[in-house]
Design a protein around this ligand. Structure first.
Ligand SMILES: *Cc1c(COP(=O)(O)O)cnc(C)c1O
Length: 221
């Protein structure tokens, strides 16, 4: 199937409230342009310089989402244009994003990445670290950052019950966090969970943003 057909198939299967982030990491600009021509406007990348170089070559109304682990020294490459950063798990990173956003006269929207998988390798905050971050004095001083929700990745496994339970935990944490820290803040509304292999489960568990790469663009090398 073509990129346009893949996109259409996925889009029609998604509830209207779910935002599709087309994950284009490692794929050439020509393929992104093809998806753009089919109507897709939201793209996800996991490397700052790759995103910057692609953004320069593609239409300016694309919303670029940073979904990968971001190092502080790379924030400067994407700060002028990035639409949403999904992968924040450290106060020091927030500090750098706040600084670069201010230099660009912007407020940058971010998601806090939560560690839900059983695997050690996945990045993210646990529940305690999340509260510590949201309650820290520094955090309230970041005027050029807006926290708009949470992101998480389930364990890479065939065990759908486990995936479901991990997503369910994250949805629970999202609701608790919303109630406790963002009750009157309507911007805190995004729950980014679900990839090619598990997005249907994620949506059932309350996701409203899915990050899909290989089911649109084909397998990556
Ligand atoms: C690569 C990646 C995706 C997309 O993965 P697919 O399995 O190709 O859909 C989603 N989220 C993150 C954080 C990724 O790094």
């Amino acid at each position: 199937m073509s990129i346009a057909e893949n996109l259409q198939k996925i889009e029609t299967s998604l509830p209207p409230t779910v935002c599709l982030v087309a994950v284009s990491k490692t794929k050439p600009v020509e393929m992104i342009q093809t998806a753009y021509d089919a109507g897709q406007r939201v793209f996800g990348e996991n490397k700052a310089q790759e995103m910057q170089s692609k953004a320069e070559k593609l239409p300016t109304d694309i919303e670029w989402h940073m979904i990968g682990h971001l190092q502080s020294n790379k924030v400067k490459y994407i700060a002028p244009f990035v639409h949403l950063i999904h992968s924040i798990d450290k106060l020091s990173l927030l500090k750098e994003i706040n600084k670069r956003a201010a230099q660009n006269n912007r407020v940058i929207a971010i998601l806090l990445q939560i560690h839900i998988a059983k695997e050690e390798s996945k990045f993210g905050l646990d529940e305690t670290e999340l509260s510590e971050l949201l309650e820290s004095d520094n955090f309230t001083e970041f005027k050029n950052i807006q926290v708009v929700g949470l992101m998480g990745m389930a364990t890479f496994t065939e065990n759908t019950a486990q995936i479901q339970s991990e997503f369910n935990c994250l949805k629970g944490l999202f609701d608790v966090t919303k109630n406790k820290y963002f009750k009157t803040d309507s911007n805190f509304s995004i729950l980014s969970m679900g990839m090619s292999g598990d997005y249907e489960i994620a949506i059932k568990e309350g996701s409203n943003m899915v990050r899909i790469g290989s089911s649109i663009f084909g397998e990556r090398k």
